[in-house]
Ligand binder design. Structure first.
Ligand code: AHR
Length: 489
């Protein structure tokens, strides 16, 4: 099969915000306890953080991490996780029916973020709580005033404010299982109240308004239009979430990133219709702050009420890695409006990094496309003309066999093509034409490939990993492979 891609220096989508490569740490299952934090572990640092996990996280080069939830957020009291650990309450977490010791709260997490070379995207509880706690949390984290909550932070050992810039106004507040779920009108009103007081405490913060939990929600559309109508002028981003199930029909599964693209464009149409309706000069951007695949073996209900249960742990296949790579292309290709995205989640629960309690760790199949696209996907995304064959299934039509995104980094003087060949049986020759950059040459071709779409990684065997391909040979994208082509000009 033959394919062609034309890139021209004059045609760009927009600058990629580094936060497109964000992730998510929720108090769910073993993400925090026995994930990022285990004071008994042989690699634990002075604060109890696993350094082996920190090192693996650093490999992913994640600029922002959403915290502390997720559904967990909607019954969370942030004050439980500050100050003297000996005084912190052990509570029943209602979202995941787990035991929460509060050994890790914002005091610790902001420090973990520094050690991981990332920043915190904080979320405030709009389920059981509201404006008062939200403004107090902003004061505790960001104020340098001589006032109660800022003083409390100083007493807890943090003289300087944490300086958290990005804040979520709740999580999936219309979600069917969300604690103290809201109607669009209830949430819209509450979001306005919270946004106002939070920005009065710190006018420099950016706010993210909850969108629907996913596109299949019964009130999808009505939710977006209503909540934006209330809060449009007070917020900076609308949140969007999507998980796709590992589909046994691979042709359909490989089409999910096209569905994701359509979802983004549908939500943007609603944002822009509210802009027009309000005659506003402001354009709302998107924060795709939960995206991933629900891989095989995922268990969402705890068997018993315990601390750090094995929840949401799933095994990712090679096919999942290809879809994750293509979903990242969709995010990159929409970077003019999607400014933040969080791979949900980071460790153990639906995660690229898995740990053994008290033992080692391993990188799941999805770790590698994420890492390579995060590290090499900084700069500006290019518009492209693509010529290739397409396929259709009973659910999807006109899916191009070539999935791609192109990033130009002018400081490095390089153009990177990320490409997946969706074909299940044919290799693909790729003819890349790069116009108006002068002389250029392919300096690196990295491929992720396996004959077995069901192959998985384990602690003893990382079967799925990147390999170098000779860049001096004609560019061939093997059947069902992920590729990175790095050109210098
Ligand atoms: O990431 C797991 C859960 O999925 C989150 O807590 C929730 O926001 C979403 O529905």
């Amino acid at each position: 099969m033959k394919s062609k891609i034309i890139i021209n220096k004059n045609f760009t989508v927009g600058k990629i915000d580094d936060r497109l490569y964000g992730s998510f740490v929720e108090h769910i299952g073993r993400v925090v306890y026995n994930g990022i934090y285990d004071p008994e572990h042989e690699t634990a640092d002075d604060m109890g953080f696993r350094q082996d996990v920190l090192e693996a996280v650093k490999e992913l080069d994640i600029p922002i991490v959403r915290y502390p939830g997720g559904n967990y957020l909607s019954a969370y009291n942030w004050e439980d996780g500050i100050g003297d650990k000996a005084q912190r309450p052990t509570k029943l977490d209602l979202a995941w029916r787990s035991i929460e010791t509060n050994e890790v709260g914002i005091d610790e997490f902001q420090e973990w973020a520094k050690r991981a070379g990332t920043s915190v995207m904080m979320a405030v509880n709009m389920g059981t709580r509201g404006a008062d706690e939200a403004r107090e949390c902003v004061e505790y984290c960001n104020s340098d005033t001589p006032t109660y909550w800022a003083d409390k932070r100083r007493k807890n050992g943090f003289e300087k404010p944490f300086g958290i810039k990005t804040w979520c106004l709740g999580n999936e507040m219309g979600g069917l299982g969300q604690i103290c779920r809201k109607t669009p009108d209830e949430y819209g009103r509450l979001a306005v109240d919270c946004a106002k007081v939070m920005k009065l405490v710190d006018p420099s913060i950016e706010l993210i308004l909850c969108g629907s939990s996913h596109r299949g929600m019964p009130r999808f559309g009505e939710w977006e239009l209503t909540v934006l109508n209330y809060a449009y002028e007070l917020v900076d981003y609308l949140s969007i979430h999507q998980y796709y199930g590992s589909d046994d029909n691979i042709a359909d599964f490989f089409a999910k990133p096209c569905d994701m693209d359509d979802y983004i464009k549908s939500v943007l149409a609603m944002c822009d219709s509210i802009k027009a309706y309000k005659k506003s000069g402001k354009r709302i951007m998107l924060s795709f702050d939960e995206w991933n695949i629900f891989g095989k073996g995922l268990v969402a209900e705890p068997k018993a009420v315990e601390k750090a249960p094995h929840l949401f742990e799933c095994e990712y296949t090679f096919a999942d890695a290809l879809v994750i790579g293509m979903m990242m292309m969709t995010l990159q290709n929409n970077c003019d409006r999607v400014k933040i995205a969080c791979l949900a989640q980071l460790v153990n629960a639906i995660a690229p990094i898995m740990t053994e309690n008290g033992g080692g760790l391993w990188r799941q199949t999805i770790f590698y496309p994420f890492k390579l696209m995060s590290k090499n996907g900084r700069g500006e995304a290019m518009k492209t003309a693509i010529y290739c064959d397409t396929y259709s299934t009973s659910k999807h039509s006109d899916i191009p066999y070539l999935a791609s995104s192109v990033i130009h980094n002018d400081q490095k003087r390089e153009i990177v093509i990320f490409a997946v060949n969706r074909s299940l049986d044919e290799d693909m020759e790729l003819d890349a034409t790069i116009e108006d950059f002068g002389e250029y040459r392919l300096v690196e071709h990295i491929r992720i490939y396996s004959d077995d779409l069901n192959a998985t990684n384990s602690i003893n065997d990382e079967k799925i990993h990147p390999e170098a391909v000779d860049p001096n040979r004609a560019t061939v994208l093997k059947k069902h492979s992920w590729n990175m082509l790095r050109y210098k000009y």
